[in-house]
Design a protein around this ligand. Structure first.
Ligand SMILES: [Zn+2]
Length: 155
């Protein structure tokens, strides 16, 4: 995953979490890097551990090579992912159910309350869906950039 361009890496990471139903992970990344909220605010807001929040942020910054570049990319990409991507893994009582695998997924019982299991389920089993949503997010980003900046990306 480290060889891909930063924008693609960020979009892939956020789209995969969103499809996995890890909406608070995507919101946390957007609110810290795109809106400059502090990680401790996020911890209070969503009940995630500070360690987890720092891990998500660190993964994005690593993909981008610098904190500033991560902020620019996430501030653009975050609202598109949050607005345009519907989770395919949903909570259903004490299991989480993948809407594409339905009841036959062996991961269903393990996915509830475990963002990393949900993430790896989507990444391993639904590559085509992930790629489709990546293309959709990049198309929307291109349309926004063309519409507001005359083809020029402004940070
Ligand atoms: Zn599935």
């Amino acid at each position: 995953m480290s060889g891909q361009p930063p924008l693609l890496g960020v979009v892939r990471y956020m789209v995969t979490h969103m499809l996995a139903g890890n909406v608070v992970v995507v919101r946390s990344i957007y609110e810290v890097l795109g809106q400059n909220d502090s990680p401790s605010m996020i911890v209070r807001r969503y009940g995630l551990s500070k360690h987890a929040v720092k891990g998500y942020i660190q993964r994005i910054v690593e993909r981008c090579g610098s904190r500033r570049r991560a902020e620019i990319i996430v501030s653009r990409v975050g609202p598109i992912v949050l607005g345009a991507v519907e989770p395919i893994v949903v909570d259903d009582g004490n299991v989480a159910v993948c809407k594409l695998c339905m009841v036959c997924s062996p991961d269903n019982a393990r996915m509830v309350n475990d963002p990393s299991v949900r993430y790896s389920h989507v990444r391993r089993l639904h590559k085509a869906v992930v790629e489709m949503h990546i293309r959709r997010v990049l198309d929307e980003l291109r349309a926004q950039v063309a519409g507001h900046g005359g083809g020029e990306v402004r940070g």
